[in-house]
Design a protein around this ligand. Structure first.
Ligand code: ATP
Length: 706
């Protein structure tokens, strides 16, 4: 059968673009007043079961080194490193850091011949690495009482949903109606009993019912939807010609790759089921070829999928029997709103739809009402829960000490938490800066955000998974869905935009019944969000206090590094400029060449006009830029020039991060009002669409558009 799931075409080489994973920019604010939620019984339970899991087989892990991923990483170039270098032509950022460190080492050595080392400087060493006494000035911990949640506050009677029937939490997979090849695969993956969300979902999904499922991060939602999908495909193979019957949508390419891996693992003994990955950053042509083989399952990011709907002649969603939105609240938020409308409008109306997330919001309910048919509500946990074995810690940042944040994070990483750490920052810029800064201190770090090529993104992820790097610096791009084994600690440089963002970020640890820790830095402006977080804590949260002298020591150290950080960033900027000129020249050459053959390649279509797309992107972009160049006053121009000339201080950098949070919030507020209008227009679309979707004889939407 063509296009089976071990077909190399199921994964395709990457190209260096990054278009459809919008990077979230902007965090939340506010802190608490040094109180933390305590729920004694829940706490005792957590203590008693600490490190143990009743729901999970701790031996199980996803395949991390899929050969197809390697192939994808290699892309068009044969060598990963070569391809990484093509972006930074002269050297990678790590090579630059190493170069500056070596230079500094040599310099310090030669100076030490003539100069005595300062007697009291116990942080100084020849190459910046900090020698930290673990216990000389240990951090203090304060535990705080939790505020009791007002009962019923968040409970809304929901007439739209049907409640789920009870499920048996003690069953094993072989008790469920699952075929042999899948049971064999589960067993090969080391999985024997379903997690609660799996036990609840599988029987209902097998009945073909629409559902909306919510369970904490790391609770096994991927298998909860993939298992019944595969069972249905095995039970009812396609009757006539092959066609794409299942569509799984997820917000990031990395998450799609991960979901694809799970499907591949589960189908290892079911060779007649085919599965294809279709995300931005992968080569379009090979993807088109793979889709032409009509794989049973397509796992996609929305942008690339829409491109195929409009431009790949044989690809259609008219035969979709099952649609899954993973991270559904994200897929239906303002970022993907227009795209989701387009996707859903193209799908067969008779499909089964399943929504999954660890956080479900009221906004999503509006959309559920127009896209689901008598859905069953499967809420294993409420939509504001964090993983059960997560220890949440907070560090207070005093009002005039915002500039301490980098020093605090450095102190944590060098004194206490050395490996398997993810540090979340609000902006790509801050991630990159911390990469340079921590790299200069000799720490093994990598960065993951939307400014990198797809090759670089997947490569960083691979290196972190393989423990080649200890610390992953990421934006919210990595906040959702990523399942990286044994992440021990998540650090929030700044609190994210909303409670929901927080829940996903800290959900990168304490997964699959394991323990983990989150540490969040909280300033005065973030008090409100901290209060909200604390209200949801089921076990006591902790305040960590790092002695101010330690923070100051690290701050001094980082200030010493400043010239080197600046030098590296300048080197990089220069290289980027050269690269950008080269790209422009290549583009011009290409256009000249194409001029001769103009008209032979039809322009790709998109559901929005260029102008509409640009307007939408500008609207979604945080910050003052709105697509039009604003005329600046003389003072404004001078201010910008001044900031450009003088490197920003640690306080300025934090202010910038905070500004992004504020921008996100104000946009969200505006959107809430606008959203009700949009939702009703979506509703109209869907209603108008109904007769067309039901009628099998109507040609696919894309044809009518052409
Ligand atoms: N039945 C099971 N028994 C043991 N471990 C399981 C089982 N099902 C899934 N897991 C493990 O749980 C981990 C988390 O699964 P998954 O990524 O699907 O979580 P999730 O609920 O989708 O999380 P998130 O909300 O962050 O996306 C995986 O590493 C997988 O190994």
């Amino acid at each position: 059968m063509p296009g089976r799931n071990d077909d190399p075409l199921a994964l395709i080489p990457t190209i260096a673009d990054d278009s459809d994973v919008p990077d979230l920019d902007g965090p939340d604010e506010d802190d608490e007043e040094e109180e933390v939620v305590v729920k004694p019984r829940a706490h005792k339970l957590a203590q008693a079961t600490k490190g143990k899991s009743m729901d999970f087989d701790e031996q199980f892990q996803f395949v991390l080194d899929d050969p197809d991923d390697k192939r994808m990483l290699k892309g068009k170039d044969s060598n990963d490193n070569d391809q990484l270098k093509t972006r930074g032509q002269l050297s990678t950022i790590d090579e630059k850091i190493a170069e500056v460190r070596n230079r500094r080492k040599k310099k310090t050595k030669s100076e030490s011949v003539v100069e005595e080392k300062p007697a009291n400087d116990d942080l100084e060493d020849e190459s910046y690495e900090m020698e930290i006494e673990q216990d000389s000035a240990a951090d203090k911990m304060k535990v705080k009482e939790a505020k009791k949640k007002k009962s019923g506050k968040n409970k809304q009677k929901d007439e739209f949903f049907e409640e789920s029937p009870p499920f048996n939490p003690d069953q094993v997979f072989s008790d469920m109606k699952i075929s042999r090849p899948l049971l064999k695969a589960l067993s090969a993956m080391g999985l024997h009993s379903p997690t609660p969300i799996q036990a609840a979902t599988v029987p209902i999904a097998l009945l073909g019912r629409d559902l909306c499922a919510c369970a904490v991060t790391g609770s096994g939602k991927t298998i909860a939807f993939s298992l019944p999908i595969l069972e249905r495909l095995l039970y009812k193979p396609h009757q006539t010609a092959p066609c794409t019957r299942v569509l799984v949508l997820a917000p990031t390419r990395e998450l799609c790759v991960q979901i694809h891996q799970v499907f591949r693992q589960l189908t290892q003994f079911a060779h007649n089921i085919t599965c294809c990955l279709s995300t931005g950053g992968l080569d379009l042509k090979s993807q088109e070829a793979a889709l032409r083989l009509q794989p049973d399952i397509v796992i996609a990011t929305p942008g690339r999928l829409i491109d195929h709907i409009h431009n790949s002649p044989t690809f259609t969603l008219q035969n979709i029997e099952i649609l899954v939105l993973d991270e559904a609240d994200r897929m239906l938020d303002e970022y993907y709103f227009e795209q989701m409308k387009e996707v859903i409008n193209n799908c067969s109306r008779t499909r089964q739809t399943m929504l999954f997330s660890a956080t479900m919001t009221d906004q999503i309910k509006d959309l559920i009402q127009v896209s689901l048919n008598r859905p069953i509500r499967l809420f294993i946990d409420d939509n504001q829960s964090v993983a059960p074995y997560l220890r949440q810690e907070f560090i207070r940042v005093r009002e005039h000490r915002e500039g301490d944040r980098e020093a605090i994070v450095t102190a944590l990483l060098t004194r206490n938490f050395h490996d398997r750490v993810i540090v979340f920052a609000q902006t790509k810029r801050q991630c990159h800066r911390m990469h340079v800064m921590l790299g200069l201190l000799g720490l093994k770090v990598g960065e993951l955000h939307g400014d990198l090529s797809q090759t670089q993104r997947l490569d960083t992820l691979r290196r972190f998974k393989n423990e080649e790097i200890d610390i992953l610096l990421a934006t919210d791009l990595a906040a959702r869905g990523l399942d990286i084994e044994n992440v021990k600690t998540v650090i929030n440089f700044i609190l994210p935009n909303t409670l929901k963002h927080y829940i996903h970020r800290v959900g990168r640890t304490a997964r699959a019944g394991k323990t983990g820790r989150s540490i969040s830095l909280v300033g005065e402006n973030e008090r409100q969000l901290l209060k909200d977080i604390l209200k949801t804590c089921k076990v006591p949260a902790k305040m960590r206090i790092i002695p101010q002298e330690i923070v100051q020591m690290f701050r001094n150290k980082l200030e010493e590094l400043e010239p080197d950080i600046e030098e590296i960033l300048k080197m990089e900027y220069g290289e980027k400029m050269i690269n950008s000129c080269e790209t422009q020249i290549n583009k011009a050459e290409q256009q000249l060449k194409q001029g001769k053959t103009a008209g032979t390649t039809p322009a790709r279509e998109w559901f929005q006009s260029r102008k509409e797309r640009k307007n939408e992107q500008d609207k979604l972009r945080l910050g003052s830029y709105n697509g039009k160049k604003k005329k600046l006053s003389k003072e404004e121009r001078e201010k910008i020039e001044k900031t450009k000339a003088n490197p920003k201080t640690a306080d300025d950098r934090v202010k910038f991060e905070m500004q992004k949070v504020a921008q996100f919030r104000s946009r969200q507020e505006k959107d809430t009002t606008k959203r009700s209008r949009d939702t009703s227009s979506f509703e109209t679309d869907m209603t108008n669409d109904k007769p067309q979707r039901k009628s099998k004889s109507v040609p696919p939407t894309k044809k009518s558009k052409r």
